[in-house]
Design a protein around this ligand. Structure first.
Ligand code: ADP
Ligand code: MG
Length: 699
């Protein structure tokens, strides 16, 4: 068969706008489009017509099953397949799929985390079609993107609140634009998530229980070579990795995912994939699919794709950058500096909305990326600190300063001052600097939130970001709608916002110790280092207030989320702790013992042959290894005790604090001694592949 060209391939497994237009009658298409674009209700007859065409399209492409594809709070996606077949009177089968089946599903999904929501309301949840994200075919199954709710209407997934947050932002942004004389159909947020990951040899992966059970190595001494030469970053891609990337791209393209750039990252065996941006909920679905397909394709190539935030200690971890902006249905990017003073005023107002949002809701943004895995990365020497701040670059900062102080702006020569509308200066868009240490950076026409862990669903941070910006915009619209003189009021509003929120602006080195001091002591920014510290802030009154007033979460949903996220943190660390104990008792201690036995036997044998031999190597190694076995045993017992003590904790906050204060430190302590033993032991006796083997075995 002739290989398909990329344009032929692209989206070939997606029931996208092209397919809808080609297959649906004009009336049905128009109705569906109205539902997609304007959230209009969908009539049952329309749903039936869409379902029929969708089924034919899917069956033509080899699909036998369909599934409602959803994103429960486990962090991964879920699906339950039903086949299209229905018995026909003649004893055969026909392929059936109704509008009802398209719109609503009732998976018996009672085992997904609900944080108590379903115990109090209903045992089962239901799934509801999200027509704004296209259906697609994966593994001979028509996948219908859906939201997942309880019967009482409580969200049990990540998509529902994400859609609600987009709606909240849409509502408020439209109010603001109207004041600028613009009536638009909708404002949507767009996201382009850059995804980092590691690729290692699958055989090595399978030999490490820590990788298999927890996604990260819990032990491992540093190899002689790490990332110090920076020779991997943007380096030539190895043939096995190229073959993987080629197949991955094809699979993603078929699903209409705009995989665009790929390169080697800083750490050995680390890579990155960036798609072209899309509307936030579609980008979220695509990113979940991307992570799934990365792992599948890797496996086909004898590789394992690690999405954990910190698979290797001492080597850079993996993150995800959430490039974010807002645009109207006409494609106007609201974070793009304009050409005229009037456009610039609008741009500056939306910019202020984001600055204020990040300042007022630092804690929400921080907790939206909080997981046990990401805690290892934030604040280490490779990722932004847990402190959230905004980078604007010198030029934009200079302009904001000038506005705040009512002084003319004296920037670089490139910038022309143009005091048109009430001294909002004009500036060029492409002088923004790049600061890789900032967690939240303006990059010319979008913001880049860089604190996400590589395995995080991007839904979480976008829910909070959209909510916080919607709240700033609501305040602005309330004030400006009442203004006697719009332009004067606008000018004052921008000035006041800059004064009130400039503490969040920081263009310096976010990795430095001095910044931590300044941020926390002088500026009063929050520094929530771990998930246990961050997550309870979800229930702070000011946070509950915005999330509830914009109808993004109900009170019970917030309580349940907080509980689920903390539970997830505790469970992940608990599994890690038990995996460590298991590896030490079943493998490390017995391995060291064998090594000791060989050293002791050699020593006594050699000494029995000659009284002149000193056996320095054997004896010193044996002595230290023997000491280490005792220490390792002691530390293992301490960890076991800490894990056991968790069972005594009665509430989730207490448990998460015990995990942070007792379990994690004991894990780190134990690891130190096992890693030392690895350095002293013969490779022959060491039970698991070393860091060197894991990081440098793919070529
Ligand atoms: P870098 O590595 O320099 O940050 P990349 O090109 O790897 O840049 O990634 C930039 C990402 O930002 C891409 O996914 C791109 O599609 C996305 N992007 C560009 N414009 C927008 C926008 N208006 N809204 C959201 N994302 C955007
Ligand atoms: Mg980036």
């Amino acid at each position: 068969m002739k290989k398909q060209s990329v344009p032929e391939l692209f989206g070939s497994m997606v029931f996208d706008d092209r397919e809808m237009r080609a297959r649906l009658s004009a009336d049905v298409y128009r109705s569906l489009r109205k539902t997609i674009d304007e959230n209009a209700d969908l009539e049952e007859s329309i749903a039936d017509a869409v379902a029929e065409e969708m089924r034919d399209w899917a069956v033509e492409r080899g699909a036998t099953h369909f599934t409602h594809w959803f994103q429960p709070l486990t962090g991964v996606t879920a699906e339950k397949h039903d086949s299209f077949i229905t018995p026909s009177p003649d004893g055969g089968v026909i392929m059936e799929f109704s509008g009802k089946e398209l719109i609503k599903g009732e998976p018996d999904a009672s085992s997904f985390p609900s944080g108590g929501l379903r115990a109090t309301f209903e045992a089962r949840g239901y799934t509801a079609w999200d027509p704004t994200s296209y259906a697609f075919i994966k593994d001979h199954t028509l996948c219908i993107p859906t939201a997942f709710c309880s019967y009482a209407g409580d969200a049990l997934d990540k998509k529902t609140p994400l859609l609600r947050s987009m709606e909240a932002l849409n509502r408020q942004a439209k109010r603001v634009l109207k004041l600028f004389g613009k009536e638009v159909k909708y404002v949507r947020t767009s996201v382009g998530p850059e995804q980092e990951y590691f690729l290692i040899d699958r055989k090595m992966f399978e030999k490490r229980p820590d990788l298999v059970y927890t996604g990260r190595t819990l032990f491992g001494a540093m190899p002689p070579k790490g990332q110090e030469l920076d020779d991997h970053y943007f380096g030539a891609i190895k043939p096995r990795v190229i073959a993987f990337m080629e197949e991955l791209n094809e699979e993603l393209w078929k699903l209409g995912i705009l995989a665009k750039t790929e390169h080697n990252e800083v750490a050995p065996a680390q890579h990155e994939l960036a798609p072209i941006y899309a509307t936030t909920n579609a980008a979220t679905d695509s990113n979940q699919l991307t992570m799934e397909i990365m792992q599948k394709v890797a496996s086909k190539h004898g590789l394992a794709c690690l999405l954990h935030e910190k698979p290797f200690a001492g080597v850079n971890g993996s993150g995800k950058h959430n490039n974010w902006s807002m645009a109207t249905d006409e494609g106007a990017n609201l974070l793009s500096p304009g050409e005229t003073p009037h456009e610039n005023a609008q741009f500056l107002l939306f910019l202020c909305a984001v600055i204020q949002a990040v300042d007022d809701y630092q804690d929400l943004l921080r907790l939206s990326v909080a997981t046990a895995g990401n805690d290892h990365r934030l604040g280490a020497n490779e990722a932004p600190p847990a402190i959230i701040s905004v980078f604007l670059g010198d030029e934009l900062t200079g302009i904001l300063d000038a506005i705040k102080n009512d002084k003319p702006y004296e920037g670089t020569e490139k910038v022309t001052m143009k005091l048109g509308v009430h001294s909002l200066p004009r500036f060029s868009r492409d002088t923004t600097d790049r600061n890789r240490t900032s967690p939240f950076a303006f990059t010319g026409n979008k913001f880049e939130f860089r604190s996400l862990g590589s395995s995080n669903s991007i839904a979480c941070c976008n829910i909070m970001l959209n909510a916080a910006v919607a709240e700033s915009l609501r305040q602005y619209a309330d004030r400006l709608e009442k203004a006697k003189n719009f332009e004067d009021e606008l000018h004052d509003l921008i000035r006041e916002t800059i004064s009130q929120h400039e503490r969040i602006l920081f263009n310096g080195n976010g990795y430095g110790e001095e910044w931590v001091k300044e941020a926390t002591e002088v500026r009063g920014l929050s520094n929530l280092k771990t998930t246990a510290d961050a997550m309870p802030h979800l229930l702070d009154p000011k946070n509950m207030e915005i999330l509830m007033s914009h109808k993004i979460f109900s009170e019970s949903e917030l309580h349940s989320r907080c509980e689920i996220m903390l539970e997830n943190y505790c469970k992940s660390v608990n599994i890690e702790g038990h995996t460590m104990v298991d590896m030490v008792r079943k493998n490390y201690l017995p391995a060291i013992e064998e090594n000791l036995y060989s050293l002791a036997k050699t020593t006594s044998l050699m000494k029995s042959v000659s009284e002149h031999v000193k056996c320095n190597y054997e004896i010193t190694t044996m002595e230290r290894l023997s000491e280490l076995t005792d220490v390792i045993l002691e530390k293992t017992e301490a960890l076991e005790e800490a894990l056991e003590a968790l069972k005594e904790c009665t509430d989730i906050i207490g448990t998460s604090e015990a995990v942070r204060d007792h379990v994690l430190p004991k894990m780190e302590d134990l690891r130190k001694y096992v890693d030392e033993a690895e350095m002293l032991s013969s490779e022959k006796y060491w039970p698991f592949p070393s860091y060197g083997k894991l990081l440098f075995s793919v070529y």
